[in-house]
Ligand binder design. Structure first.
Ligand code: ADP
Ligand code: GLC
Length: 479
């Protein structure tokens, strides 16, 4: 039996700000229980819902040093859908409405979390063969393991994997502060280790010291070896190319299932979407105060509102798009400039544009089910889950060909009758608009073709099945 511990800053259903939480919460369920014991460790944030907190059992506590500070570490655990979750408790670090509060506070929080994740292992009766770390918040785990823990018998031989969900966020700050927070000696602060353009980077530490590196699509694994996507680490990615694999994400097919989804006005399937899916659209039009018209093409956008997602292209083209016979339904939070931009256009084109500037799991499901097309013109996209959710709900993705979007959406080819979505290559607002207008033409003038694109999209399998196998191969190869 191979033992694997996922360590991450978020996991559904406890805490989620983006796709990382979906992956960490859903992938562990997909390994065969006879061969793999996969458990998950996250912080015990005060913002976790009371209904879950009530189910957590206190395991133990102790004090741990973080450089010159002694800090309380509590451990709670609970089983959820067959998976054991551990929660690291420390009220000073993990209070607040959001899991992330910004720098530099988050640096100390996640240095604490990373060191605590290693420190608690002898106390929880679970010695993992592999620690599977996710993103910069856990980048110090391979570093601390190397620096001190490996000297003791218990830790010797534990292997680490670093999965990159987003190379843009690295946990970078000045060397002096990071030395003071982490207590790591000078030895680690050289350009071949944590040092990054005169500062220090947690993620870089993880990428240098992990036994294997993965990222969440094949194309992104290639892209990050180049300067444009490499975020200053392309050299390191090239140097470690032999240890780097791209494994595309899946989604939870039980959670995202148009046949059973409780959030929908009307459930539907690949067999009856032609008749039933539209009932969700008209219900949502009514709910959001848009013109109620089953024929109007509805474009959905559910996203963190950040530069990564290509929203400057959307901003640039909003007026033009709104001249067309379309409706745009947005759900998202993030940078004020984008929140306000969508609010502005919802005010300007009231019966066509709906700006929902908040976070809501049920509303996201309604949009995936109701919209005809889903817009995701990302500047970069390590994998992207929203387009997979759209495909699952028979909503045709319109994407830019980057990262996981390129790997999961096959462009429509009207001559061959193939493809599951629409895509464009260059990061260019006119190319995006041209592609949206092409989709509009197919939707309005060739509805049978449109529906066949949906047929092909809904027939795709983006459950975790095949990707979980690729992780199993990696675990078997490592330990
Ligand atoms: P990223 O992780 O970069 O944000 P992904 O496409 O991988 O992008 O995952 C985004 C996840 O977050 C999806 O599950 C999406 O439905 C969800 N999401 C994003 N914004 C919101 C929101 N405002 N309300 C509900 N869900 C959201
Ligand atoms: C990141 C990426 C997104 C990916 C998600 C889960 O947030 O931005 O593309 O799908 O992680 O891996």
């Amino acid at each position: 039996m191979k033992k694997v511990l996922f360590v991450a800053s978020e996991a559904v259903p406890f805490v989620k700000t983006g796709g990382l939480a979906d992956v960490v919460g859903s992938l562990p369920k997909c390994f065969p229980k006879e061969y793999f014991d996969v458990r998950v460790m996250i912080p015990k944030y005060s913002s976790i819902k009371e209904e879950y907190k009530k189910q957590m059992r206190y395991t133990n506590h102790f004090y741990m040093d973080l450089n010159w500070r002694q800090q309380y570490v509590g451990v709670f655990e609970m089983e959820y859908e067959g998976i054991t979750f551990y929660f690291i408790d420390n009220e000073e670090h993990f209070t607040g409405a959001q899991p992330y509060m910004g720098m530099p506070g988050d640096l100390e929080k996640f240095a604490f979390f990373s060191k605590a994740a290693l420190s608690v292992l002898p106390t929880i009766d679970f010695r993992p063969d592999i620690i599977h770390c996710h993103d910069w918040q856990t980048g110090l785990i391979p570093v601390y393991l190397k620096e001190r823990f490996q000297d003791s018998e218990f830790y010797r031989g534990i292997k680490t994997i670093m999965t990159i969900h987003n190379l843009k966020f690295q946990g970078v700050w000045d060397v002096k502060t990071i030395k003071n927070i982490t207590g790591l000696p000078d030895y680690f602060f050289t350009p071949d280790k944590l040092e990054f353009k005169k500062d220090a980077s947690y993620l870089k530490g993880g990428l240098v010291y992990a036994d294997a590196i993965t990222t969440v699509s094949k194309t992104y694994a290639e892209e990050i070896k180049m300067p444009f996507y490499g975020e200053g680490l392309d050299g390191l990615m090239r140097a470690r190319a032999g240890s780097l694999r791209g494994i595309v994400n899946g989604i939870d097919y039980d959670e995202y299932n148009p046949e059973t989804d409780q959030n929908l006005e009307k459930t539907y399937s690949a067999r009856n979407f032609r008749k039933e899916k539209v009932k969700n659209k008209t219900a949502l039009q009514k709910e959001l105060g848009l013109e109620v018209n089953p024929k109007a093409m509805m474009i959905g956008l559910v996203s963190r509102l950040t530069d990564q997602k290509g929203l400057d292209l959307v901003a640039y083209m909003m007026d033009e798009m709104c001249q067309d016979n379309i409706q745009l339904v947005v759900l998202g939070t993030g940078e004020a400039q984008y929140e306000n931009m969508f609010r502005h256009f919802a005010w300007k084109y009231g019966n066509k544009v709906s700006a929902n500037i908040y976070y809501s799991e049920p509303m996201s499901h309604k949009i995936y089910a109701s919209a005809d097309a889903f817009l995701m013109p990302s500047l970069f996209e390590p994998c992207g889950l929203s387009q997979l959710m759209s495909l699952r709900y028979g909503t045709i993705p319109i994407v830019r060909e980057t990262g996981g979007l390129k790997d999961t959406v096959e462009p429509y080819n009207e001559y061959e009758g193939t493809g599951t979505g629409f895509s464009f290559k260059n990061y260019n607002a006119h190319e995006m608009l041209g592609t949206i207008r092409y989709a509009e033409r197919i939707y309005y003038d060739k509805k049978r073709e449109w529906n066949k694109i949906i047929d092909r999209g809904m027939a795709q399998d983006f459950s975790w099945f095949s990707s979980a196998h690729q992780y199993q191969d990696l675990y078997d190869w490592l330990a």
